[in-house]
Design a protein around this ligand. Structure first.
Ligand code: FAD
Length: 375
């Protein structure tokens, strides 16, 4: 499988100069015209994802591959630029960025140079099935994938309810429990085209239907050693967890920015009455700026492992989820009936915003984790 992917890391653009402008242009010219179809028809914007990969949107944060040594804040800004138009596409970017992050942070050098470089360029697309293990490790549910050691790798079986940014030829990162050694977990990148793996497309969502989200059934899927990211994950997980969480803030920042714009647009004709609403765009913009500054400070040191840092990451993620829902609610009130029609942007943003709050780690999981952390 890996032989078919060229691993030319030099094709990745650095996070400098007009890099963000190129991503903004893709958002405005290629994505904005198709946002309604993504929302209403569940169209997966594959060409946009490939273009974003070509512009370097999935490479800036990678500590080993990025020429500048990895800039998480740059990747967050790129997802925000796209999230201003469409949360579904910004979420697909997060899936891709998370997969690239896991591979780049792994000790598997040949996988970094082959699949890692291809994911970073958007030549290979994929996602991350870590919701279930993230909930398992924090005592919320039980692990759904199990792997049996065999010659040259593992045979993995189980079912994951939702994994996004998938399709034929895509990859996802998964964590499975070693069948012979309970509580010993292994992480791997797995091709969607593996024998024994089925993608089931049964659900329609309130929003995010263009995110190519599938239920995954694995029956004795062979995962070769060459595809392992960590075995076991104990020392590796603390390295990837802050990046996993912080990268999620980008799509939410974009959504909030989009909501501020909607409120300001509505204010042109409705300002005389909208000014009585309790949440005003200038105040939301001020809060957004301080949230971004806080996240960017945390994003500068994603490999910190101290409990105070992890607490600050979780707190920021919780507040970003809550701010997204509040901003979308405010946009709905400012836009009134023009936001309430089925083609209205405000109602789409409100539906999208709830996703930030239910995506793992969801608001309720974050509150549980924070409540159980030592002070
Ligand atoms: C559009 C979309 C895309 C997603 N993409 C990904 C992804 O790429 N990777 C990933 O790992 N996770 C993904 N998820 C899952 C997501 O991260 C959360 O795990 C999920 O939203 C539920 O989280 P929660 O903490 O609220 O758990 P809860 O919803 O409180 O509980 C989750 C449990 O409910 C079960 N459940 C799921 N659906 C139903 C249903 N219809 N009826 C009854 N029970 C159900 C699940 O099996 C699970 O055991 C996606 C979810 C959605 C809606």
């Amino acid at each position: 499988m890996l032989d078919t992917i060229t691993g030319d890391a030099s094709a990745i653009s650095p996070a400098t100069g007009d890099w963000l402008e190129r991503i903004r242009t893709i958002g405005e010219q290629q994505l904005a015209p198709m946002v309604r179809r993504i929302d209403a028809e569940g169209v997966y914007p594959e060409a946009v994802m490939r273009a974003l990969g070509g512009a370097g949107a999935f490479a800036a944060h990678l500590p080993k591959l990025a020429p500048e040594g990895g800039d998480l804040a740059a990747a967050i800004r790129a997802m925000a630029a796209i999230g201003e138009h469409c949360l579904s596409t910004a979420f697909c970017m997060w899936c891709q960025n998370a997969l690239a992050w896991y591979i780049d942070c792994s000790e598997n050098a040949s996988l970094r140079q082959s699949l890692g470089a291809a994911v970073a360029r958007g030549a290979a697309l994929g996602g991350t099935g870590l919701s279930n293990p993230m909930k398992t490790l924090f005592g919320i549910e039980t692990i759904r994938l199990t792997g049996r050691r065999v010659a040259g790798g593992y045979r993995v079986s189980g079912l994951l309810p939702w994994v996004s940014n998938l399709g034929a030829g895509h990859y996802f990162a998964g964590i499975f429990e070693d069948a012979e050694r309970p509580k010993r977990y292994v992480m791997a990148a797995i091709p969607c085209d593996s024998e024994g793996l089925r993608l089931a497309d049964g659900a329609r969502f309130l929003a995010l239907d263009g995110s190519a989200t599938y239920a995954l059934r694995l029956r004795e899927v062979f995962v070769p050693e060459a595809m392992l990211l960590a075995d076991p994950i104990d020392a590796y997980l603390p390295r990837i967890r802050a990046g996993f969480v912080l990268l999620q803030t980008g799509m939410a920042f974009g959504l909030i920015e989009g909501c501020i714009r909607l409120m300001r647009q509505a204010g042109v004709s409705l300002g005389h009455v909208n000014r009585y609403l309790p949440q005003q765009p200038d105040a939301i913009a001020e809060d957004l700026a301080s949230l971004i500054a806080r996240v960017e400070r945390l994003a500068a040191t994603p490999f910190e492992t101290g409990p105070a840092y992890w607490r600050a990451v979780l707190t920021a993620r919780l507040q970003v989820g809550e701010a997204a829902v509040e901003a979308a609610h405010a946009a709905m009130l400012h836009c009134g009936a023009r936001g309430y029609v089925t083609t209205g942007t405000a109602q789409r943003r409100l539906r999208e915003a709830y996703f930030v709050a239910i995506l793992t780690p969801a608001t309720k999981q974050l509150r549980k984790m924070l409540a159980e952390m030592p002070h």
